[in-house]
Write a new protein. Structure first.
Length: 319
């Protein structure tokens, strides 16, 4: 055993001392390059696998970061269809002549009712709207934004009545004659009907426009991240002061959800107030944009001489 160890030791020494030994050291190098080549190939395979599966992994990670419902309500605000709506505000409380005089002067100073919405709202007014001429409508602009990396399908939309009350007559109605404007694309829901789904409307040859089929039965809509999907929702009534909310059915992959939309983050409902010609308010005023004057239409209807004289000056009540 000892001899074998010595011989082995001499062979090792001989390899390191002769040129042949030097050449012998080059023997393992091809194996080394083969090893490096195999490693590089393995890394290339891994890179391909990562490229194939990176998107789903990234999507899952992004979806994990996008917490919450399948849709986000980016914006919901009350809007008016200036042409048929005119400019009408309802105040739940009674305004005095002096208060109306101040409002009329400020509207006149601004020179446009377009700039008076904030003024009326700050005084407690609720902007009224109309659809089909005389049917009262609450009209809101709704923007939906997807909260998934893939588009979120909008399957259905409807309104849900939260509370139904008789229309009010104990407050103040203030109106300004319309300055024109035109309708925009919208969907309509009937708060007085059994079917509260949103519908498109189409012009009729005579009379009021006809309701067509439910909007989302004919149209496909998807909400995606970073691109607001707009709707103008008008909820109509001929009988009530109704508060309501919007329900939106959505799907994303295997997820199904119903998103409920209110006026604000606190859950305040949307509303439609019937304001028909058959209603007589505690006080009703017409403001002149031209000269800043106003007239109390309730007093005109009662035959008050002072208000009738004021009407002769060019401020008149809507018929």
């Amino acid at each position: 055993m000892a001899r074998r160890r010595v011989v082995a030791g001499r062979r090792s020494a001989g390899r390191s001392a002769t040129p042949e030994g030097v050449r012998g050291r080059k023997g393992p190098l091809p194996k080394l390059w083969l090893g490096l080549g195999g490693t590089a190939g393995l890394l290339a395979i891994i890179a391909v696998v990562v490229a194939v599966f990176a998107r789903p992994i990234e999507s899952s990670w992004d979806d994990a970061k996008l917490r919450g419902p399948a849709l986000l309500v980016e914006d919901v605000r009350r809007v008016a269809n200036n042409g048929p709506d005119g400019w009408v505000w309802y105040f739940p409380h009674r305004l005095s002549d002096d208060q109306v005089k101040v409002l009329a002067a400020e509207v006149h100073e601004r020179g446009s009712v377009l700039n008076s919405n904030g003024l009326m709202a700050s005084a407690g007014g609720i902007r009224l709207g109309f659809e089909y001429g005389t049917t009262s409508a609450g009209r809101y602009h709704l923007s939906l934004v997807g909260n998934r990396t893939d588009p979120v399908r909008i399957n259905d939309m409807r309104v849900k009545v939260v509370e139904r009350k008789p229309p009010p007559t104990d407050g103040t109605l203030i109106s300004i004659l319309s300055q024109g404007g035109g309708p925009t694309d919208k969907v309509v829901a009937d708060l007085d009907g059994q079917d509260n789904r949103v519908y498109t409307s189409k012009p009729a040859a005579f009379g009021e426009p006809e309701r067509a089929s439910p909007f989302l039965d004919e149209h496909s809509r998807y909400a995606v991240t970073g691109e607001p999907l707009p709707f103008e929702v008008a909820a109509t009534t001929t009988s009530c002061w109704c508060t309501w909310e919007i329900e939106v059915d959505v799907t994303s992959g295997d997820e199904k959800e119903t998103v409920r939309v209110s006026a604000d983050a606190a859950g305040a409902p949307l509303q439609t107030i019937y304001s028909g010609p058959d209603l007589h308010y505690e006080s009703e005023y017409q403001i002149s944009l031209t000269n800043g004057e106003f007239i109390n239409c309730a007093l005109v209807a009662a035959g008050d001489p002072a208000e009738i004289a004021r009407a002769a000056g060019g401020v008149y009540c809507p018929s």
